[in-house]
Design a protein around this ligand. Structure first.
Ligand code: ZN
Length: 328
């Protein structure tokens, strides 16, 4: 039954999203190019893994929790070591039953004065409930969020370290958004709160060429198909990244067409910030046939599922992209 509901939600989302996104398609104004012969620094998955583990060690980072506070302080202090500027976007949001959420997007800027920019983002919060857990009493607990949240941030922190040591000639923003996973199932209004806030508050002068969202990027047996909304909105960016992955033999990237997922890239795209989503979409709705992988939105989203090789592949593909890129 759950599977059917999940499938129905997926279909409904696909329909809603595909109908409202047609106008947003990037009209091949290719303002960037790749030179893959440039030297690329080494992405170190040991570091990324340690950064994922550290976040998980704080406990769940669901809004209002002790873990949320510690997680924010940690991510901010790490990014301050590396970025030229770090901006905290604090905002309050009224959630379920009048709950006042204090949320923060953490934005680390490299070459902040450059008008030629891209951004890479992930959500750093944890879901406040394990509503997919089979054990009834677990459903009210926040998820550990090793893959759903911490994995993308771990990769981003390692990218920040690399960017500090290896300068680039354009600008990059690393955007860690809060409140992605607050919403109850199928209540899209209460999802992606940080991305919505970021999208609503970008200065009119902020015109990044594209953005890349990372979500569920740490599983040992991850499969990254081309996410449907990303293909529809920014096919050139999808093809560029999957093309790099193909050349690097990053086998977690599959050329297959994947499901369409409602994620932080949707509000960003709606605001004209063209963003693609690298996501292990088969985890969503426990759509996978691998029993171990059915941990999405449960208490089992812990470090035991995280694989260094997956972090390495995603991180290395992004590093290659960053250091091959020229923005014209
Ligand atoms: Zn989630």
């Amino acid at each position: 039954m759950k599977k059917i509901i999940a499938l129905f939600i997926l279909i409904a989302m696909t329909f809603i999203l595909s109908s409202c996104q047609k106008e947003n398609k990037v009209e091949s104004a290719l303002v960037y190019s790749l030179n893959e012969n440039k030297s690329t620094p080494q992405f170190d998955a040991q570091n990324a893994y340690a950064m994922v583990d550290k976040q998980v060690s704080f406990g769940p980072r669901d809004p209002g929790s002790e873990g949320h506070k510690k997680g924010k302080e940690f991510l901010e202090s790490e990014l301050r070591k590396y970025a030229d500027e770090v901006e905290l976007q604090n905002f309050t949001y009224t959630g379920y039953e009048n709950e006042k959420l204090e949320l923060t997007n953490i934005i680390a800027k490299f070459n902040p004065k450059s008008e030629k920019r891209i951004f890479i983002c992930a959500h750093w919060d944890c879901r406040p409930r394990s509503d997919q857990d089979k054990i009834e009493k677990n459903k009210l607990l926040p998820i550990p969020g090793a893959n759903d949240g911490a994995s993308g941030c771990g990769i981003i922190l390692e990218l920040a370290r690399i960017l500090k040591q290896n300068k680039i000639d354009y600008g990059i923003d690393l955007v860690l958004v809060d409140g992605e996973d607050y919403g109850k199932e199928s209540d899209l209004t209460n999802y992606c709160l940080g991305a919505k806030y970021f999208a609503a508050n970008v200065p009119s002068t902020y015109k990044p060429v594209f953005g890349v969202l990372l979500d569920l990027v740490g599983d040992k047996e991850a499969v990254f198909e081309k996410e449907g909304n990303s293909v529809q909105t920014a096919p050139d960016v999808v093809n560029m990244i999957w093309g790099i992955a193909d050349k690097m033999k990053a086998t977690t990237f599959s050329g297959a067409a994947g499901h369409s997922i409602y994620d932080d890239h949707i509000p960003l795209n709606q605001a004209g910030l063209f963003t693609i989503d690298i996501i292990d979409a088969d985890l969503v709705g426990a759509n996978t046939s691998v029993e171990r992988r059915k941990y999405w939105h449960t208490q089992k989203d812990d470090m035991s599922n995280i694989g260094k090789e997956t972090l390495q592949q995603v991180g290395a593909v992004l590093t290659k992209m960053i250091y091959s890129l020229t923005i014209n």
